[in-house]
Design a protein around this ligand. Structure first.
Ligand SMILES: NC(=O)c1ccc[n+]([C@@H]2O[C@H](COP(=O)([O-])OP(=O)(O)OC[C@H]3O[C@@H](n4cnc5c(N)ncnc54)[C@H](O)[C@@H]3O)[C@@H](O)[C@H]2O)c1
Length: 262
């Protein structure tokens, strides 16, 4: 049998993707239903979720959930709803993140924006992961979770609330991987580069710094996301961070060599 046949077990697997209304989360949620996995598309925007499901490859496997993940009471609501709608969630993707506004630099970002970024990225990511893990442990089932971090978990973005929350999420992936590994629950981080997918307003001049010569698309992230989520393909992978950036993170104060002779 081919290594890449049947990466999931649709009879047993079910997924929950936050931020499934747009960009990378949408591409991953759509790819999961394309593999036959029942998937909750969770997002704060009803219009975005409806549009994402309308063009999903198998919309009958997609279940919408609309709510604000900055609110702690929404986390229990989402968990209960997911359980009823798709059964035990075995694959969790946390891609929701509030808008990044370039004006929110260190001297400008207000307390509400700071709190909202932390609440959605870190608090919701931690709580949902932990509660889904508790359910899996009780059911003695394996699981695979993927947290969307950022290159800005390690290098400044001029948005301290955003980069600090992504750094926290990157560490959470490692903490959870270490604690939950003995129960067969794998947690990894997906690290996108400059992805012109909605949340990031792309400046084309950035391509100069990308060895593969173009900005990323949300669809560039989905294959890696599914490979890492798949217990068949990535059974021995946990606590790892997968950079999908066309080589952007290789940029430093040295330009690439000019190869005129070729
Ligand atoms: N686009 C990039 O270049 C890039 C780079 C690095 C990391 N990321 C990360 O990837 C993820 C997806 O980013 P993107 O740019 O593809 O899309 P995005 O930022 O547009 O999508 C985020 C989604 O989250 C939803 N959301 C926002 N606040 C919410 C809330 N309070 N409750 C529920 N849902 C909420 C939005 O409605 C949206 O559909 C984010 O976590 C982002 O930090 C993106």
């Amino acid at each position: 049998m081919s290594l890449f046949n049947n990466p999931f077990e649709p009879a047993h697997d079910a997924a929950l993707v936050t931020g499934a209304g747009n960009g990378i989360g949408r591409a991953i949620a759509q790819a999961l239903v394309g593999e036959g996995v029942r998937t909750v598309f969770a997002d704060v925007s009803a219009d975005r979720v409806a549009a994402a499901i309308a063009v999903a490859p198998r919309p009958e496997l997609a279940v919408p959930w609309i709510g604000d993940l900055a609110r702690p009471d929404s986390w229990e609501e989402l968990l209960a709803y997911a359980r009823t709608a798709v059964g035990q969630v075995t694959h969790f993707v946390h891609s929701a993140s509030p808008p990044r506004r370039e004006t929110d630099h260190a001297l400008a970002v207000d307390a509400e924006t700071w709190d909202q970024m932390r609440a959605v990225n870190v608090d919701a990511g931690f709580h949902l992961s932990r509660e889904l893990a508790r359910q899996l442990i009780a059911a003695r089932k394996p699981g695979s979770f993927l947290l969307l971090t950022s290159l800005h978990a390690g290098t400044p973005r001029n948005l301290p609330h955003y980069s600090a929350s992504k750094a926290a999420l990157a560490m959470l992936a490692k903490e959870l991987a270490k604690t939950l590994g003995p129960f067969g629950i794998r947690i990894n981080a997906l690290v996108p580069g400059a992805i012109a997918a909605g949340g990031f307003v792309a400046d084309l001049s950035l391509t100069r710094h990308i060895p593969l010569g173009r900005l990323g698309r949300a669809e560039d992230l989905a294959p890696m996301a599914l490979a890492v989520l798949s217990n068949r393909i990535s059974a021995y992978v946990t606590g790892a961070a997968f950079v999908v950036d066309g080589g952007l993170s290789l940029t430093n104060w040295f330009e690439a060599p000019t190869l005129d002779e070729l």
